[in-house]
Design a protein around this ligand. Structure first.
Ligand SMILES: [Zn+2]
Ligand SMILES: [Zn+2]
Length: 138
């Protein structure tokens, strides 16, 4: 991956964003907050340096909740279409956590783990061979 610029946005096109740096990690998160916020069994997220991330167009709305980690997470979404876009994890203030499926090309990133599998749904099996952690490793 020579071009590290990532672009993405919401479902209706009102919000557009850019990261000028490549992700430092990409994982499938099975925490209950990601399940509720996404409406899906898990959320695939990638973390980019917050200094390299910017919203180019539109404005997000956000809400704060306490995640399974016990720390605050501010989740940003499009107020028009409701698409989840990115999160600020208060314990990791130097990173922005992007919803991978909001990227224009989600295939450019490669998930390397499943995290918060302690709250994964029993019917959500993931036979992809990736390491699976009950919470966030490290
Ligand atoms: Zn939208
Ligand atoms: Zn999560």
């Amino acid at each position: 991956m020579t071009d590290t610029t990532l672009t993405g946005g919401c479902a209706c096109g009102a919000v557009r964003y850019t990261s000028t740096a490549a992700p430092v990690l990409t994982a499938h998160c099975h925490c209950r907050d990601c399940q509720r916020a996404s409406g899906a069994a898990y959320a695939t997220v990638c973390a980019v340096p917050r200094a390299a991330f910017r919203v180019d167009q539109g404005e997000t709305r956000s809400y704060r909740s306490i995640g399974d980690s016990g720390h605050g997470v501010v989740r940003h979404f499009c107020p028009t279409c409701g698409a989840p876009l990115f999160s600020d994890v208060e314990v990791a203030p130097d990173l922005s956590f992007l919803r991978v499926v909001s990227l224009d090309d989600p295939a450019v990133v490669t998930p390397t783990a499943h995290v918060y599998c302690a709250s994964a749904q029993p019917w959500d099996t993931h036979p992809d061979g990736l390491p699976a952690f009950p919470r966030m490793p490290g």
